[in-house]
Design a protein around this ligand. Structure first.
Ligand SMILES: [Zn+2]
Length: 264
């Protein structure tokens, strides 16, 4: 995709050399010979035109092959973004559970699984920090801008931003994946992740993936980005599960399976 280079130039240059070549001694030939030569010249030009088209077609096929070969040779890269961190705890759930901590735990488990599957991984944070400078103003804006910068720098095959949800109605639960409304690729990835999460976590009332056009990260990040809300910290049962390492492993496994399916 982003790593491929087409070699079409070589073919087109080669063909165009022939196309513009003309006989050196044209002016001393008689008219019949000239016409004869002109006819032959036209035939050659038509033949070369056909060759040129074939060359362009071949070049495009070669280009596609080269891209797909490069993609196979180069390790796909997944960017994991554990939401919030530092002075921004995110949602504070039941029993004062801070979203930022659950996000980081699941993100680290996901990282290990993706690495184990042979993928490259980039993390926006691996500690309890935000992506801002202490001495600068408006940490939240700076933090979000810097997360987008990391994505732009690394150009991953996809970006998974890990979050936990909250809702005033404590009975609401279940993971939900968000994608940028205008991104068909984002929708595809979100649908796969939603399916693997619902199935592997055996969610009784499964939620569906949802398009969003206002979340900063979805709106401003390059490439394919989704936000995975792993569950609701406002639901007692789910909040309890999300603090257990066994369940965090299951969430990471489901996301990993979805990413592998998407990249296949
Ligand atoms: Zn969040």
């Amino acid at each position: 995709m982003r790593r491929g280079k087409t070699r079409g130039g070589e073919f087109i240059d080669f063909a165009s050399c022939f196309l513009h070549e003309s006989p050196a001694n044209m002016h001393i030939l008689d008219r019949t010979k000239k016409q004869d030569l002109s006819m032959r010249q036209r035939k050659i030009e038509i033949a070369m035109g056909v060759l040129l088209l074939l060359g362009a077609w071949f070049a495009s096929v070669q280009g596609a092959k080269l891209v797909s070969n490069l993609k196979n040779q180069n390790t796909p890269v997944v960017l994991i973004d554990p939401g919030h961190g530092g002075e921004d705890p995110g949602v504070i759930g039941i029993d004062n559970i801070a979203e930022k901590d659950i996000n980081l735990k699941i993100a680290c488990l996901l990282k290990e699984r993706l690495l184990g599957n042979g993928l490259g991984v980039v993390m926006t944070r691996e500690k309890d920090i935000g992506l801002y400078q202490e001495n600068e103003r408006n940490h939240k804006v700076q933090d979000m801008q810097n997360r987008c910068k990391v994505i732009a720098e690394h150009k991953p095959d996809c970006t998974i931003s890990i979050h936990q949800n909250s809702y005033p109605d404590a009975s609401v639960y279940g993971p939900q994946v968000f994608y940028y409304t205008d991104s068909p690729e984002g929708k595809t990835l979100a649908a796969i992740l939603q399916k693997t999460l619902n199935t592997q976590l055996k969610i009784e009332k499964p939620r569906v993936e949802k398009g969003n056009s206002s979340y900063y990260l979805l709106k401003r990040s390059e490439g394919v980005t989704v936000i995975v809300e792993c569950g609701f910290l406002s639901n007692a049962k789910e909040a309890g599960l999300l603090t257990e390492e066994n369940y965090q492993q299951q969430v990471a496994a489901a996301i990993c399976a979805g990413v592998m399916e998407y990249l296949r």
